[in-house]
Design a protein around this ligand. Sequence first.
Ligand code: EPS
Length: 388
Amino acid sequence: MGLEFHTAGESHGKGILVYLSGFPAGMDIDVAFIEDELSRRRKGFGVSPRMDLEEDRVEVLSGLRFGKTLGSPLVFWVQNSEYEKWRPLMDPVGKKPEGYEPVTVPRPGHADLGGMVKYRFDDIRNVIERASARETVGRCIAGAVAKLFLRHFGVRVGGFVESIGGVRVEVEGHPFEEMLERALLSPLAAPGKEEEMKRRIAEAVDSGDTLGGTFIVVALHVVPGLGSYVELERRLDSRLAFYLMGIPGVKGVEIGAGFLGATLPGSRFHDEIWYDRGRTPFPFYRKTNRSGGVEGGVSTGEAIWVRCAMKPIPTLRRGLHSVDVVSKEDVVARYERSDVCAVPRALVVGEAMLSWVLACAYAEKFGGDTLEEAVERFHEYCTYLESL
Ligand code: EPS
């Protein structure tokens, strides 16, 4: 049994619930750290006014005793601040209010039309509520617990925004360690380009438009030999693509310099192998890392890095053409409050998902009912690596 997580909850329902299973007993869970990760997810520039309303306080419902995991399922709960206001429309057991008007105009770029057809709904609100990015609160909690687990193996996960609306951060010549540090201090997690990006976002706000961009997530100090080439499902790259592509709005995932690799000859793409007795724990190393730290579905021991492309937010103030599904009339998709640019927020979800994939890989390789056992096996593996 590996690690698993599931989320439940609607955007304007009572709240978001997360169920995590498979973590070993004896792990400290710092709820303040989880809440800090959630507050990072609410920040940025050009974010929905709703982010000022949410506090994202985490309540632990099960799996912990006196701050330590019991090995049993961990369940976390975050209340939605506006539920009472929305209760007449979202009550799980009440009746539809008199005169209720269903949502009948699907917004281009959202799950609205496909979801309505798929579930044969006559009210698009049924789709909007669960397809909302509010659900990523749950993914960030799963990722925060994964980060806490990974600390015991010395892994550090972070990331930075690489571009917004075509404005790009200077990455060449700046090591990941430096970029991750600077991103933590940057309001848009985009070192050196905050002002230009803010101007670009402000222009989008003024013209009723939205912006997308790219972000890079990175894991440092990852041991080689995680994941596997033996089965498709066990490949680290398959899993990274699965979890990162599943972030709302993400339309592209690239491991290392993947797309560049399609244009280069092998002699200029592959990361040549070197040996240095002094390197611990793994004396084999690369001078380049175009593979993104994964070869053949297995970690190489170099930093894992993945680039994600996020499309512009589909809810536009200036509106996009749509069709009322009842009257079949041409209409402009209606506007409700929304983010104008959510790339810095998606980055935090991206870090959570990278952490999750790695926590699964570490749990799979080192296992154990208790954290102590897993760490012991990890140290034994490091001793083996050092002997190579
Ligand atoms: C979202 C719409 C907005 C965002 C929301 C995602 O919510 P509302 O419709 O209440 O204004 O703020 O994001 C969150 C609530 C969140 O916590 O991320 C959407 O349609 O996806």
